[in-house]
Design a protein around this ligand. Sequence first.
Ligand SMILES: [Zn+2]
Length: 249
Amino acid sequence: MSTDKADSIVIRQADFSESSRVVTLFSKEFGKLAVLAKGAKRLKGPFDAALDLLSECRIVFIRKSSGALGILTQAQLVRRFSPVPNSLNSLYGGYYVADLLCCLTEDFDPDPELYDLSVKTLARLSDPKSDYNSVIVQFEVGVLCRLGLFPNLECCSVCGDPIATTAKFAHWVSQGGLLCSECRRDEYVGKSISGGSIAVLRRLADADSPLTDRIKITKEQTAECHKLAVSAITNVLGRKPGTLRFLQF
Ligand SMILES: [Zn+2]
């Protein structure tokens, strides 16, 4: 048994007893972890607003061996998630971030860059000046890239020939790869994506590109990129993320 400290985001809460909750956090130091927060449901509980969904907080917890639930001993609020009033994708974009972190990451598998991306995404979803749909797409691409799940958009999945973004359209299949026009067959279930959207996705996926914050994406490209990202996520999970239905694209 040992005590650990971590910077974290609250990504799920579940009632445990009349006064306690099980809180799932995505932490910078340890990745996803679930802890028992005793007294968290009391009005003047020991953790106050630090454990609200999507709050960023600094925690101290007792880690149990052999996969047993850890015990939360301290939680200090760093920043509350404050979605922009009357903007549904600002609010639901936040829930979607929590959902993806919950279902795509493994317990105690830390990824500090994904943590930083998540904090930044929640800040941008709280900013009235943001284009929320573009922020959501950038997070989808970021999380897929960090977890090694981003589809190969450079080459045809069948013949391996490079896919040019100068072509008006390419086709993609539900497994997430692209097909060149030579390899495209009617029996493949898939959709078309414009060369412009492929170029946007390649730029978003380039972690070294310092321009990510400033990439301008048209509404149509945002919707196309979102569709492809959702297809890749659905392929990994075997189902659509539950919070997806609240988003409007
Ligand atoms: Zn091909």
